[in-house]
Design a protein around this ligand. Structure first.
Ligand SMILES: *[C@@H]1O[C@H](CO)[C@@H](O)[C@H](O)[C@H]1NC(C)=O
Ligand SMILES: *[C@@H]1O[C@H](CO)[C@@H](O)[C@H](O)[C@H]1NC(C)=O
Ligand SMILES: *[C@@H]1O[C@H](CO)[C@@H](O)[C@H](O)[C@H]1NC(C)=O
Ligand SMILES: *[C@@H]1O[C@H](CO)[C@@H](O)[C@H](O)[C@H]1NC(C)=O
Ligand SMILES: *[C@@H]1O[C@H](CO)[C@@H](O)[C@H](O)[C@H]1NC(C)=O
Ligand SMILES: [Zn+2]
Length: 953
């Protein structure tokens, strides 16, 4: 952000000495919302818990009696290595079923005497040997107990063998299985993905193992700490290629037309990171990183259109960056990344074979926008960060998932910044992550990051970790090359719990001269990970008092979750006084006095200046007035403008300050040209738009925003030479999109004509997509949406045709979103029907399409009716692939009346028997939010109307 007045970084020495020690120190409360939600990162976007089809039953708790009733494996056996052979059939069998067959041998060691073998196996038809589901043999001539009984437990997904005698401690055995499974299109385990190429249907066998689906591909000890070596063999048609985590070492034609591809043994790794793919895809490759084989795989057409080039270009530098950052070389012999047409998560960090949605890996130099490019860079950077943190060193159990994701979500910015230094992408952490985390974590229904291992057991609870840990705060991490190196070296190929990282950070702190913390890393971090939420820090510049309080968006909500720290935190406050940065101050109690913060006259105090602190800031009214008047006269002096805007809007929501004080922070926007403050303001005003776009307030609001956005629109018109050039700055390109989009929806003169002109030109000349000259890729989303909103069936049907013909996933996705912008009810209803027809809208895209429709003020009630009427069908239809929680969030965002609240409660009651799967929590949150919205609208409507009316004239 801003550049002015950023005086002397080394002012107070103290912690900043580090800058000079060449250690990359991040003393930040950096927060990383899991992209999984926001940007569809690597996770089976909820939905996975829905696959049980059951809400966690509130009554009749399940009391485990037998060892196989427990969801966690007993500790008696540990796997050493596996031989796994898989043969997927890409043609349906006589019954019209796609299947795979395979066999596996797992060598395991007995570490505790037992007469039971319990191993995961789910939905596999196991061949029997002498009436048993497996064969057991000894390793090195060991005596082998005979099998007494074997059976499958569906609930806990186990294959159980009861032996006639006990296995001997210290001895290794081999368990052989042969199996047949369905290669279903359920996006879980080893599954089938289809796409069309030149009108021909093609089938790809691919996999998604995280979190608990490896057991659906072959019987295995399917827990992250059960690391082993995997010797993988894939049998496939010789017209296809087989990929897995390692390099292929042997490929033999074994009687035409079958090819047998063997892979080098993997490193010791977790089952959830395995990947198997059989496909006719092609690749581009490079060996720029000291002979490391780097390949990008995709559909032939995509590769021919050079859509993989950009990913290949950035992968090398990003890997180099991490090798230096972690001070550890890339752990494997190759790096494959593949774009799948049918993939549920945004991406998945399988070790050595990362899978992506096409939009997260493919970039078309002509058709894609800057935003598409940024997404590719950040997702690749995120996934590659996991190759070390997560894959080489893996958390012991899913309760610590937040650290794995939080860490990757933070360092992805560093990797992306290295690959694209001119983008200044680190500035966007605030927008992408911090503000989003704040939104969830300010609710009384939030929860601490850290959960006990025994609170997370069954697959539904595991998958909930991906949903409800919808945020992670990497707090005040002292990440030094040194500490991550020692951490990675100590735990390479094994597992850790999160406190192991704190230990290493503590060592790093102690080994860094001049570095002082007010307490140990453990104690500081515990305040942030063991209690939910975050504080609002209030500075009273009249007295110099500084206090903290748990920030709750709804001041009347009741926090019934106790906290051992009484909701106080150790807060590092970076601040400046009248433009001069001061020494960082640690707030360690509820209240304190810091005499330097007492100011008078023209002086002012501004805290959390680098926006790295995970807290909000409030001041006494006098200081606020001084800050606001600076904003209006010399706004660049305030370097954290985006934060000020976001803080005031949220403080107002929480009734800590007046709503009008928040609105006053937007008055200077007519002079603002930077993207980040604008974006922050628009996101906050979005709430006003949502609450009021069905009321009389909207007219005045529109008039005010029209006035504010007009200068920005004119500014871009000038710097782009009447919309013929692309702004040079990365974020300026984003800001131009905002300017045009807002100008059109607020009715700025000239906007509508501009958009319609572009779109009509494209309709006249439709192939294959608007030419570069008529609609720049950056503006396509905005232009399509506005043109469809201004237009009727003709514009819509044209977009539908273009959508069906789109060969670039991001172009298809833009059109899919834009078609939800129409204001014509029957078009919206028809579109809703399309979402449940997989020949029209892919299953993986159904929920997001309904969300887009709900975003539209006309579409919202239609989408709500649709979802209510068809919930049980939608729930079945989307089990494996739908993000139900996102769906509920999207539909209920505008809810702000008593009537809507009752409807929501009724929906919950009526469908208890069906269940809500991953949306269970979202539904609770929606009820809480609607209640808060009702209150807010009642209390604020009159003054907001008055303010907008006065300010718009
Ligand atoms: C897998 O390969 C490794 C290396 O060749 C070997 O040591 C191991 O025994 C093999 N695993 C099995 C189950 O045979
Ligand atoms: C694993 O496969 C290798 C190569 O085919 C073979 O030599 C070895 O005996 C197999 N291991 C087991 C335990 O079956
Ligand atoms: C597995 O076995 C069951 C029961 O015999 C059968 O109904 C099912 O179709 C089989 N699955 C596959 C994929 O063949
Ligand atoms: C990839 O890098 C090459 C060589 O620097 C460059 O010519 C090409 O434009 C880049 N491709 C993309 C899509 O950025
Ligand atoms: C937390 O607050 C309770 C009640 O106000 C008090 O009894 C307790 O001592 C406090 N604990 C800490 C650690 O401050
Ligand atoms: Zn991740």
């Amino acid at each position: 952000m801003g550049k002015v007045y950023y005086v002397s970084k080394n002012v107070g020495l103290g912690l900043l000495v580090l800058a000079a020690t060449a250690l990359a120190t991040i003393i930040a409360l950096s927060i990383a919302y899991d992209k999984e939600r926001a940007k569809n990162r690597d996770k089976p976007e909820d939905g996975t818990s829905d696959s049980t089809g059951m809400p966690t039953p509130p009554t009749t708790p399940f009391i485990p009696k037998e060892p196989w009733d427990h969801y966690r494996l007993p500790e008696s056996l540990v796997p050493v290595s596996y031989n796994v052979t898989l043969w997927p059939r890409l043609e349906p069998n006589a019954d019209g079923l796609y299947i795979f067959t395979g066999h596996s041998a797992v060598v395991f060691r007995c570490v505790k005497e037992t007469d039971l073998i319990i191993i995961h196996s789910n939905k596999l038809n196991l061949t029997t040997f002498n009436g048993h589901h497996a064969k057991l043999s000894g390793l090195g001539g060991a005596a082998v107990p005979t099998i007494q009984k074997s059976f499958l437990i569906v609930k806990t997904e186990y294959l159980v063998l009861q032996l006639r005698s006990r296995l001997a401690v210290g001895t290794s055995y081999v368990l052989h299985t042969e199996f047949l499974g369905e290669l279903a299109d359920d996006l879980e385990g080893f599954y089938r993905s289809e796409y069309t190429d030149d009108g021909m249907k093609r089938v790809v066998a691919t996999s998604q193992m995280q979190a608990t689906y490896a057991r659906k591909a072959f019987p295995c000890f399917d827990e992250p700490a059960m690391k082993a070596v995997f010797n993988i063999t894939i049998i496939h048609n010789s017209a296809t290629v087989a990929l897995s985590n390692g390099r292929d070492i042997d490929s033999v034609i074994d009687g035409v037309p079958v090819r047998v591809t063997t892979f080098e043994p993997t490193e010791r790794m977790s089952t959830y990171l395995l990947a198997f793919i059989v496909t006719d895809f092609v690749n581009i490759q490079s060996t720029q990183n000291s002979n490391l084989l780097v390949r990008i795989w995709a559909r032939r057409k995509a590769i021919n259109d050079r859509q993989g080039d950009y990913a290949l270009n950035v992968t090398g530098p990003i890997l180099q960056f991490y090798e230096r950052y972690y001070n550890a070389s890339y752990p494997l012999s190759k790096s494959d990344q593949i774009a799948l047409p049918d993939f549920n998560a945004g991406a998945m960090e399988n070790w050595g074979l990362v899978t992506y949605r096409e939009t997260a890996l493919l970039y078309d130099p002509i058709m894609s926008s800057t935003g598409n490019k940024e997404r590719v860079t950040t997702v690749i950077s995120h996934e590659l960060a996991h190759m070390w943190f997560g894959n080489l060193v893996t958390l012991q159990w899913w309760n610590d998932l937040w650290l794995n994701e939080g860490f990757a979500s933070y360092v992805e910015y560093l990797g992306a910044d290295y690959a694209e230094p001119t983008w200044k992408i680190k500035d966007q952490i605030l927008l992408y992550d911090v503000h989003k985390v704040f939104a969830v974590d300010a609710l009384a229904s939030s929860h601490p990051l850290s959960r006990r291992e025994d609170e997370v057991n069954d697959p539904a609870q595991i998958s909930e970790m991906f949903n409800t840990i919808s945020y992670s705060k990497i707090l005040m991490l002292f990440i030094t090359g040194f500490s991550s190196q020692s951490y990675l070296n100590t735990f390479a190929f094994s597992n850790t719990v999160y406190t192991d990282l704190w230990d290493h950070l503590q060592q790093a702190v102690e080994n860094t001269p001049g570095m002082h913390l007010p307490d140990t890393v453990h104690n500081i971090m515990n305040h942030w990970t063991l209690q939910m939420g975050f504080p609002v820090v209030t500075i009273d510049t009249r007295t110099g008092s500084i206090t903290q309080k748990h920030f709750l968006l709804d001041p009347e909500s009741v926090v019934d979750r106790p906290s051992q720290f009484n909701y106080t935190w150790f807060v590092p406050v970076k601040w400046m006084k009248t433009g001069v940065e001061q020494q960082q101050y640690w707030l360690l109690q509820k209240t304190d006095v810091h005499s330097l913060m007492r100011v008078s006259g023209e002086d002012w105090v501004l805290a959390n200046i680098n926006v790295s602190g995970y807290f909000r800031v409030n001041y006494d009214l006098d200081n606020w007035d001084r800050l606001l008047s600076l904003l209006n006269t010399d706004h660049q002096v305030i370097i954290n403008r985006a934060q000020i805007i976001d803080d005031t809007f949220n403080l107002a929501r929480a009734k800590i300050i007046h709503t009008t004080l928040a609105l006053r922070t937007t008055k200077y926007l007519s002079n603002e040209r930077e993207y980040i403050p604008w974006e922050s303001a628009l996101r906050n005003l979005d709430y006003y738009i949502l609450m009021f776009d069905r009321t009389e307030v909207y007219g005045a609001l529109q008039a005010y925003l029209k006035k504010q956005i007009q200068p920005l629109f004119e500014y871009f018109k000038i710097i782009t030479a009447d919309w013929t050039r692309v702004p040079t700055g990365h974020t300026d390109q984003y800001n131009q999109i905002n300017a045009v989009g807002m100008a059109c929806s607020m009715g700025v003169e000239g906007c509508r004509e501009l958009i319609q002109g572009w779109y009509r030109q494209w309709m006249k000349n439709p192939h294959p997509s608007p030419s570069y000259a008529s609609i720049h890729p950056n503006l396509k989303s905005t232009v399509y949406c506005a043109a469809i909103a201004f237009g009727g069936v003709e514009e819509w049907d044209f977009a539908w045709r273009m959508f069906k013909n789109a060969t670039l996933a991001s172009e298809a996705s833009r059109l899919r979103s834009a078609m939800a912008c129409t204001k014509v009810p029957w078009l919206l209803n028809r579109y809703l029907d399309y979402t449940l027809d997989p020949t029209k809208i892919r299953k993986q895209d159904a929920t997001s399409t309904i969300q887009y429709i709900a975003r539209n003020v006309v579409g919202m009630p239609l989408a709500w009716n649709f979802v209510r009427a068809k919930w049980s069908y939608i729930f079945q239809y989307g089990k494996a692939s739908f993000s139900f929680s996102n769906l509920i969030h999207a539909i209920t965002r505008r809810f702000s009346s008593e009537f809507e609240l009752q409807e929501l409660k009724k929906f919950k009651e009526d469908n208890l028997h069906v269940g809500f799967g991953s949306a269970t929590l979202a539904l609770e949150q929606a009820i809480e939010k609607t209640t808060a919205n009702i209150k807010w609208v009642t209390e604020n409507k009159a003054q907001v109307l008055k303010w907008f009316t006065e300010e718009s004239t």
